[in-house]
Ligand binder design. Structure first.
Ligand SMILES: Cc1ncc(C[n+]2csc(CCOP(=O)(O)OP(=O)(O)O)c2C)c(N)n1
Ligand SMILES: [Mg+2]
Length: 349
């Protein structure tokens, strides 16, 4: 198996919200071609999953909210693949489709959940924001901004008290730094040396409010530094950078049994939710600059340049992935809705 080392170079600057120049670049981090092809398939799956999901929302099959993960794939792929989900746990926020798929839940079960079907990963009662699969150590999306952060801190504390060697990671957005629970959790995690990794997916917006309009400091790592927790800002568009950081940081958290805070710089390509029109509050120039550093484009450009795959082979892969996801959508559509008697099962009142 050949090993290809990539020299990503300094991230290009994007107009508007793009503090990329300060991101950590994973220079020369080696990823073998089999791993890169696997990552490509995962990233294409995540992107196309959302395309079909949005189509079905517009067709009226999905009700409630729909928060697309498109644009943020390198964050999930780098960080979730570096976990050992036999012993580690994930707690998520509501933008959870990508993370639940990466934790190993089959797309048809995630579609079934979106369609409110009994076969869904949360038995059709959670919907888009509340994917949940304890078998995959995926302890839920959460509609409450910041809601998962204290849960993840508690999971990390339990792992430590039970002398297990797992760690807990928690994904949340930049908006969650504005909640009290983030600060309470960081304080206790540091004080009690809890093996929890706080992963702030900084996509530059909290709903329609840009980072500079909701954060007192532009670098969220700076806002997280008052608690004695080590912090790192990483380039969330670059799967080499996210993988390198994840492998090093997770090892350290496991060995040292203490928390860590990661700020992954990325961008959501869609609006906050499906009905949101992002050009009402951000510029086309900014969007274009971030598309130039699309995580999928960075990976495919590299694979083509290094002659690992041709454009044609990549298109073929995309066609295969879409066909497989279409079959998942069709199967999920056929699944029954939960019986009314199931309404109060598996829920806490
Ligand atoms: C406690 C709480 N306050 C407000 C809201 C309304 N709300 C839903 S999403 C959101 C923005 C959060 O943005 P961010 O954390 O950056 O996540 P992103 O959507 O960018 O992934 C807000 C304020 C909520 N769900 N929960
Ligand atoms: Mg955000």
């Amino acid at each position: 198996m050949s090993v290809v080392a990539r020299k990503p170079g300094p991230p290009e600057s994007a107009a508007g919200n793009a503090p990329h120049a300060t991101a950590t670049a994973a220079r020369n981090f080696p990823l073998d071609t089999a791993t890169l092809k696997h990552y490509l398939r995962q990233m294409v799956t995540l992107r196309e999953f959302e395309h079909l999901g949005e189509r079905e929302f517009k067709n009226g099959l999905i009700r409630g909210y729909y928060h697309s993960y498109a644009g943020q794939e390198a964050v999930g792929v780098g960080l979730v693949n570096a976990l050992d989900l036999h012993r580690d746990y994930i707690v998520d926020h509501y933008r959870d489709h990508g993370h639940v798929l990466l934790s190993g839940v089959e797309p048809k079960l995630v579609y079934a959940e979106l369609f409110g079907r009994r076969t869904g990963v949360s038995k059709g009662k959670g919907g888009s924001m509340h994917m949940y699969s304890p078998e995959h150590h995926f302890l839920g999306g959460d509609g409450i901004v910041g809601g998962g952060i204290s849960i993840a801190t508690g999971v990390g504390l339990a792992l430590k008290q039970q002398k297990q060697d797992g760690i807990c990671v928690c994904f949340f957005g930049d908006g969650a730094l504005d909640t009290g629970t983030f600060h309470e959790s960081m304080n206790l995690a540091s004080l009690w040396q809890i093996p929890v990794v706080f992963i702030c997916v900084n996509n530059m917006y909290s709903m329609g409010t840009s980072l500079e309009r909701h954060s007192s400091l532009p670098r969220l790592v700076d806002r997280a530094q008052g608690y004695g927790v080590p912090t790192e800002q990483i380039d969330g568009q670059d799967v080499w950078a996210t993988t390198a950081a994840a492998e090093r940081i997770f090892r350290q958290v496991r060995e040292q049994q203490r928390p860590y805070f990661i700020e992954a710089l990325t961008y959501r390509y869609q609006g906050h939710g499906i009905h949101d029109k992002p050009l009402n509050y951000r510029s086309l120039e900014e969007e274009t600059a971030w598309h130039a550093r699309d995580p999928l484009k960075l990976l495919t450009d590299y694979l083509v340049q290094e002659k690992v795959l041709s454009h044609k082979q990549i298109e073929q892969l995309r066609t295969e992935v879409v066909a497989s996801l279409e079959a998942d959508v069709a199967e999920a559509k056929q699944a029954p809705e939960p019986d009314p008697e199931e309404l109060l099962q598996d829920v806490t009142l």
